[in-house]
Design a protein around this ligand. Structure first.
Ligand code: DMJ
Length: 641
């Protein structure tokens, strides 16, 4: 294995930490811990029993020690009405007797209350499932291990971060480009201001009903997803008052101790990615603190027989589970395979290797598995470690797994060769089996289903144009030109999928079937929900080629969004892009602010804003710095700016 080579950004070195293949050095400690935990349980049960026994014993047999303020004194039980009975130890008469009777009464009441509380707690425990109790025990155990590790790491010196390159600026000289860029900023203001006015603190906004909105990926929580997702876009656009407003909300309201079941993947890419990015851009410690607190809450999701995380986790109980529809309770490749960037940064910033080890364990496990035709299936059972259905997709369910292999390599300053190899192998198989040219000459990426290629491409798969271009440099057998060309072909196909609609906005997925090319056929696939992937690809292609067509296509998309998606209360998705009278879905997705508007803004900015040799964008468009480091050291220290 080649571990990602990581050193502090400043170049100042710290003593290396061991980053060998994930081993389980705490195994023995964990066993001792579990024994301790069981002993503790037995002890607490015993104490409860003693309290109970004391309460129900005949009065005459009870004696109680209590604090008289100077020292503990053993006094006899006082039987009210019958006078004090001398038990032969210590007898108190007169006013003292009254005082002690009251004291004893107070104690009896306390014991009774404690006893009832213990019974209640025991009843509550019994209501929980075996899995819930196991998850709670595991969470406690993990916490103890982590606390121990954190204490050990405290002795490491702080690591100063170097000045980060290109966190502002990018002002275009050309007036026309400048105006377009200003227009995108105005659209961001409109989206943000309306969320601020009508959806503040909710996850998302209903721009027509003008109220808060949420989906099941965030559970029942109100965690201000739009605030966290939008922060870095606000920052790079220079919307600093809005940024501070968001920061204040996060400081005072963002709380992860909620009894809510959330998507591990979505919370990672939007919240942890968003917070880390806001931290790197602004240097405000609060964002790092919150990111780490949240990551702690996600860790119980990894408590599966294989270490492949559950899709969902309850932030309070730590109980995890998978979506019912996902191939007999499987985990999803694009979900458990899209944690690497954020988790490596968490280890980098905290010095706590737990995050790094979790994602490297996933990688190791995947490397050991057979891949039909060299393709990664979308489903993997976290209990058995076996693939589910043999479906492969570069769109939904698979997409960002491939993206993160490439970005792991880029983020490690191109030293994580293992990740690069996995990426190269994967895209070779994808090109061989999934990428085809239509009769009309459009290159598309189909989906593999049980040995059959479905000639359908999702809007989500359009991100791959940018990915191929980004991965061109460093590709095998000097195929850089080929991959850049492939990226450009995908961009062209996705542009066609927009251009062939009434509204000039792309459908959720489109077919290549006989005479039908790049057009949605089923009604259920005709919607556009403010997704970014096509614009994302335009931006990467613009950065690598400076071909004006990408700015042109990006501007067409911006105008179409402005014309058809803008409503008084923000921006809304559209139900049918082929109908010239659009119906709105009344949702302003948080990724519209995080991604769509950010990529548009970057498309009309100069390349010195967030240059790609210094920054890698996570799959939610949150920029994280390249760790310009050397050899095999993972810095493990709180960053000091
Ligand atoms: C975003 O949340 C991310 O880009 C993710 O990887 C998949 N797509 C949505 C937006 O379409």
């Amino acid at each position: 294995m080649t571990a990602p080579a990581l050193l502090p950004l400043s170049g100042r070195r710290i003593p290396p930490l061991n980053l060998g293949p994930p081993s389980f050095p705490h195994h023995r400690a964990t066993l001792r811990l579990s024994e301790k935990f069981i002993l503790l349980l037995i002890l607490s049960a015993f104490i409860t029993l003693c309290f109970g026994a004391f309460f129900f014993l005949p009065d005459s047999s009870k004696h109680k020690r209590f604090d008289l303020g100077l020292e503990d004194v053993l006094i006899p039980h006082v039987d009210s009405g019958k006078g004090a009975k001398n038990s032969g130890v210590f007898l108190i008469h007169g006013p003292d007797e009254h005082r002690h009777r009251e004291e004893e009464e107070r104690l009896r009441n306390k014991i009774r209350a404690d006893h009832e509380k213990a019974l209640e707690e025991a009843k509550e425990k019994l209501k929980k499932s075996k899995e819930e109790i196991q998850a709670e025990i595991q969470t406690e155990k993990n916490k103890v291990v982590r606390e121990k590790k954190m204490k050990e790491n405290k002795s490491l010196p702080p690591v100063p971060l170097a000045n980060l390159v290109g966190i502002s600026g990018g002002d275009p000289e050309d007036n026309n480009v400048k105006k377009k860029r200003e227009k995108i900023k105005e659209m961001m203001k409109h989206a943000w201001d309306n969320y601020r006015a009508y959806g503040w603190g909710h996850n998302e906004l209903r721009p027509i009903a003008r109220k808060g909105h949420s989906t099941n990926i965030f559970g029942s929580s109100q965690m201000g997803a739009t605030i966290v997702d939008a922060l870095d876009t606000l920052y790079i656009m220079g919307l600093h008052d809005e940024f501070r407003d968001g920061q204040n909300w996060i400081e005072n309201n963002l709380d992860f101790s909620v009894n809510s079941e959330v998507s591990v993947f979505e919370v990672n890419i939007r919240f942890i990615g968003g917070l880390l990015s806001a931290y790197y851009l602004s240097g405000e410690e609060i964002f790092k603190t919150k990111a780490v607190q949240l990551a702690e809450k996600l860790l119980p999701a990894f408590n599966t027989p294989t270490g492949i995380p559950w899709a969902m986790v309850n932030l309070k109980s730590g109980v995890g589970r998978n979506w019912g529809w996902a191939s007999a309770g499987s985990s999803i490749l694009a979900e458990f395979g899209t944690l690497h960037m954020e988790f490596v940064h968490l280890s980098y910033l905290t010095g706590n290797l737990v995050y790094y080890n979790k994602v490297m364990h996933i990688r190791k496990l995947l490397q050991k598995m057979d891949r039909p035709n060299g393709l990664y299936p979308n489903y993997l059972n976290p209990r058995t470690g076996r693939w589910g259905q043999y479906h492969t997709s570069v769109g939904g369910l698979g997409d960002s797994f491939y993206e993160y292999l490439l970005k792991a390599w880029l983020m490690s300053d191109k030293t994580d060769h293992e990740a690069r190899k996995m990426y190269d192998d994967a895209i070779e198989a994808i090109e061989k089996h999934l990428i085809k040219k239509s009769r009309g000459g459009l290159v598309f990426i189909g989906e593999w289903k049980n040995g059959h290629l479905e000639k359908k491409m999702g809007h989500l798969a359009c991100f791959a144009g940018g990915m191929f271009a980004l991965g061109a440099d460093g590709s095998r057998k000097d195929k850089a030109g080929h991959y850049l060309e492939l990226g450009a072909e995908i961009a062209r196909t996705c542009h066609e999928s927009y251009d062939r609609t009434a509204l000039k906005l792309g459908p959720e997925s489109f077919k290549f079937d006989g005479a039908v090319e790049a057009v949605a056929v089923r009604q259920a696939e005709k919607y556009y929900i403010l997704r970014p992937e096509v614009i994302e690809t335009y931006w990467y292609l613009w950065r690598f080629t400076h071909d004006p067509r990408y700015r042109q296509w990006g501007w067409e998309a911006a105008l179409a969004i402005e014309k058809h998606c803008r409503v008084r209360g923000g921006f809304s998705g559209i139900k049918d892009v082929y109908s010239s009278t659009p119906t709105h879905d009344d949702v302003q997705q948080s990724f519209f602010l995080a991604e769509t508007l950010k990529y548009l803004y970057l498309l009309f900015s100069n390349d010195d804003l967030l240059p790609l040799d210094h920054w890698v964008f996570n799959t939610e468009a949150h920029p994280l710095p390249v760790l310009h480091l050397a050899n095999t050291t993972l810095s493990g220290n709180p960053a000091v700016r």
